[in-house]
Design a protein around this ligand. Structure first.
Ligand code: SF4
Length: 297
């Protein structure tokens, strides 16, 4: 798996678990900022998660969609020869996190106690890139993380409701990036039409700690607030994150900077959505251009 795509990802900070799978760890920007005593990510603000103790990872980089706003490169996909067993990934998480953060040990801006905590992560966010439900051992993998004492966040595109039904993360995110099938097909470019499967995944959220994530791309899916509201309402998800598209990574080859909505635009769109459903604005993070809605009790 020593392809050009793989080398490019290594340069971007990806730490691969082994050379035959695409399971990888990459500390996010917020992890590093928090380590320097700076701001934490909006997950800290919304859900009390400590950014510097969070491992951002994926068990596979494969995906069954090609969303226009995705950071991945579709032209140079990482090929996976075989899947990495769950135990091997879990056994390597701390080692890879330590390797990725090693440069921060000597930084005068990083308090030693924060660095020590960062090497003892408490949370795993399965959200780096790729679609985790394409990994055939996902339920056992999450069970393994849970039994190691990690708080687990799983972010999925919702195209495999059968797999999600077998997964037991602390919090499950499912993406909904369109108010209707036609917009979904144009923006997310799935290998097959998975719209009905996504609706099935959303319908399964009422009974678990869950959130829907909607990435708003100006000119593509920033219309029909009542359409989004109706789907949120039917889902029963506890939280919804309405998030502006960020002009980053390989998405810059497909979209324009102007398609990144300002925070005020995201906020105004969220305000229109809540007029049509039993959700209220709970919190917001202008720097991340995200508004968090919570279901009214
Ligand atoms: S579902 Fe996620 S990983 Fe797959 S293409 Fe869309 S944004 Fe990228």
């Amino acid at each position: 798996m020593h392809s050009e795509a793989c080398k490019a990802l290594r340069r971007q900070g990806y730490q691969f678990v082994n050379t035959t799978s695409s399971a990888a760890v990459k500390p996010c920007m917020w992890n590093k900022r928090a380590l320097r005593g700076g701001d934490m990510c909006y997950k800290a603000q919304f859900y009390g998660i400590e950014s510097h103790r969070c491992v951002q990872m994926t068990p596979t980089l494969r995906c069954n969609q090609q969303c226009l706003f995705c950071w991945r490169s579709f032209e140079h996909e990482v090929t996976e020869e075989e899947e990495c067993p769950p135990a091997e990934i879990i056994d390597n998480l701390r080692r890879l996190q330590k390797k990725a953060l090693s440069g921060y040990k000597v930084s005068p801006y990083v308090p030693p106690e924060l660095f020590a905590e960062a090497l003892d992560p408490t949370m795993v966010a399965i959200s780096l890139s790729g679609e985790p439900t394409c990994y055939s051992h996902l339920p056992e993998f999450i069970d393994g993380l849970n039994s190691e004492g990690y708080t687990t966040f799983l972010v999925s595109n919702g195209t495999r409701p059968d797999v999600l039904a077998r997964c037991r993360p602390y919090q499950l995110y499912v993406s909904l990036d369109a108010p209707d099938r036609e917009t979904y097909l144009g923006l997310c470019r799935p290998k097959k039409d998975y719209w009905d499967r996504i609706q099935e995944s959303l319908a399964g959220l009422a009974t678990r700690r869950s959130a829907i994530r909607t990435t708003v791309v100006r000119g593509y899916n920033d219309f029909s607030p009542e359409g989004y509201a109706a789907i949120y309402q039917d889902s029963g998800a506890r939280f919804v994150e309405v998030k502006g598209y960020m002009y980053l990574g390989y998405s810059r080859n497909r979209l324009k900077r102007e398609q990144m909505p300002e925070h005020e635009v995201v906020r105004a769109f969220a305000e229109k959505i809540v007029e049509h459903c039993d959700y209220s604005i709970k919190d917001e993070s202008p720097v991340s251009r995200v508004v968090c809605l919570e279901r009214d009790v």
